[in-house]
Design a protein around this ligand. Structure first.
Ligand code: PGA
Length: 255
């Protein structure tokens, strides 16, 4: 399975920054087209930059884009929200849902994430559904229980191997510079794979991404670990050279 290298730009950058970043990424991929044999790329800019990204990516089918959230509602009086259908209209292919920053700062529950994911699937989007334990949950040895509960509650009945990607992002590793060891991440990814297999057909085809301070220095070991099928990358996705270097480390594994 090709690795999925996904950039989560979060709430960063001006319009010009976004245009420069995406054109640097595209130019880098064009210079190293062998990356496309082993990686698929997706970038998830803030909503307001999606249109600019769409224009830059026209004609570059190998890189796709998505959003960082969508509404659980179809349409209507929901000030400030953006619907899944609107994202599909903008030709988004993906939407990240249930990121820990949304769970934490917007009180998003598993049930809400599942409702959003169902809307996204109806609109034809692929969902990148995030799960992951906090530091205190890991210290208490509850990481598997937490992640299993999040998975059980956040996947709607519409989820299938074609429309679902899971991102395991231990909360304590996000933006902190601390990364889960490849062994710990790999152990959790295999738990997630088993859980998916109990729920869905063709679970082996579902990509399970690791997220949390992934960078060029640690990507190779993580991406070489069984059941780690790519990365959801925050900070390092804001620099084209780092984002591409992460993809390049997958090339080194194949060699
Ligand atoms: P990070 O963020 O790479 O900056 O840790 C990852 C994420 O939150 O998706």
């Amino acid at each position: 399975m090709k690795k999925l290298i996904a950039g989560n730009w979060k709430m960063n950058g001006s319009l010009n920054d976004a245009k420069k970043l995406i054109s640097d990424i595209i130019n880098g991929i064009e210079r190293e087209r062998e990356l496309l044999n082993i990686c698929d790329f997706v970038v998830c800019p803030p909503f307001v930059h999606i249109n600019a990204i769409k224009h830059t990516l026209l004609g570059h089918e190998h890189a796709t884009y998505g959003a960082q959230d969508c509404s659980a509602h179809e349409n209507g009086a929901y000030t400030g929200d953006v619907s899944a259908a609107m994202l599909a209209d903008m030709k988004c292919r993906y939407v990240i849902l249930g990121h820990s920053e949304r769970r934490q700062y917007h009180n998003e529950s598993n049930e809400l994430v599942a409702l959003k994911a169902a809307r996204a699937h109806t609109a034809g989007l692929k969902t990148i559904i995030c799960v992951g334990e906090t530091e205190s949950e890991r210290e208490a040895g509850k990481q598997e229980e937490v992640v299993k509960r999040q998975l059980a509650g956040s996947l709607p009945s519409s989820a299938n191997a074609g429309n679902t990607v899971i991102a395991y992002e231990p909360v304590w590793a996000i933006g902190t510079g601390k990364t889960a060891s490849a062994a710990d991440a790999g152990a959790m990814h295999s738990v997630i794979r088993d859980e998916l297999a109990q729920k869905l057909k063709n679970a082996a085809d579902i990509r399970i991404l690791y997220g949390g301070s992934m960078k060029p220095e640690n990507a190779r070991e993580l991406l070489a670990t069984p059941n780690i099928d790519g990365g959801l990358i925050g900070g390092a996705s804001l620099k084209a050279d780092q984002f591409l270097a992460i993809a390049r480390s997958a090339l080194a594994i194949e060699a």
